[in-house]
Design a protein around this ligand. Structure first.
Ligand SMILES: [Zn+2]
Length: 302
């Protein structure tokens, strides 16, 4: 079987990446369900996909990416439009899965896909509702630590002995604690300076999850890299929003209130953490780790 795998890999180099893409698109379709249903506390498995009008969607109208284009964004049953975000999430998941496949050996690639799926769900739920569900953050943190015990390669450790497994698990635990701790203290500091909650409890747990998969260096990069990405993306958007008078509606589901504010003035931090965490996982780690160990050496020299 391994022979076949190597043979296909050599003869048809595009075959496995294509498979990873299709797998990603299918998973992306499931992630759309998670993004929609988890905040509503509805099971992600049953009932099967239904249209907003209540009609069950047949499988041939439920194909990842393709269906949206086949139907031109309108439901076949009632002609209601459905968001372009659905095929976008599927496409994005497919592309990230290909990146994981090309970057890592198979087992690590699959672990990376799992991590990416968590990040994607948390990102879009945070964009919609300004919350990160515990299932993604705490679940991901525990999942990351457990997976690390079994897959030392996740933290760049070689060897298959018990030592490597334990070291990997400890690395993940330290990452989770550092990640959650960092945001916690930054949130406290932000509240003192800004006199309003700067970061949510969800972000604390979420950076813990990134730390479990990426180690403390990844958690550190997630926070500071995320802040840089956030500024780079947000400043132009906020500026344009000011100029053109764009508004955004904030819905507080718990209080049942709606507020209209200037576009970009209320933005979740989770997506920035997620982008930085994914970049670190997919290759930035080489640079970040080198930079951090240099900085540490400098620190020690004093
Ligand atoms: Zn319908």
């Amino acid at each position: 079987m391994l022979e076949n795998y190597e043979m296909i890999r050599a003869e048809l180099p595009w075959f496995y990446p294509l498979l990873a893409f299709v797998f990603g698109a299918v998973v992306g379709s499931f992630l759309n369900v998670c993004i929609y249903r988890i905040p509503k506390n509805v099971s992600v498995i049953s009932p099967p996909s239904t249209c907003a009008c209540g009609v069950r969607i047949p499988w041939y109208f439920n194909l990842p990416i393709l269906s949206w284009f086949m139907l031109r964004g309108r439901a076949a049953c009632c002609e209601q439009g459905f968001s372009f975000r659905y095929p976008m999430v599927e496409l994005l998941t497919g592309l990230i899965f290909v990146a994981c496949w090309l970057q890592f050996p198979p087992l690590l690639a699959v672990t990376g896909m799992f991590f990416a799926a968590l990040l994607l769900v948390a990102t879009f739920i945070d964009l919609d509702h300004m919350i990160i569900p515990d299932r993604c953050s705490i679940g991901g943190m525990c999942g990351g630590v457990i997976l690390s015990f079994f897959i030392p390669g996740l933290h760049g450790l070689e060897g298959t002995g018990l030592g490597a497994h334990l070291e990997s698990g400890v690395t993940a635990s330290i990452g989770a604690i550092v990640g959650a701790g960092l945001v916690y203290w930054l949130a406290v500091l932000g509240e003192v300076i800004l006199r309003k909650p700067a970061m949510g409890e969800g972000d604390v747990k979420f950076l813990g999850c990134i730390g479990a998969f990426c180690g403390w260096q990844g958690a550190l990069f997630g926070l500071f890299g995320g802040a840089v990405i956030g500024c780079a993306v947000l400043l132009p958007i906020m500026l344009l929003g000011r100029i053109f008078g764009w508004k955004q509606t904030i819905i507080d589901e718990e209080a049942g209130t709606e507020a209209v504010v200037t576009f970009g003035s209320c933005v979740p931090f989770g997506p920035m953490l997620a982008v930085a965490g994914l970049l670190y996982f997919l290759g930035f780690n080489t640079y970040v780790d080198a930079y951090l160990s240099e900085a540490l050496a400098l620190f020690r020299a004093f």
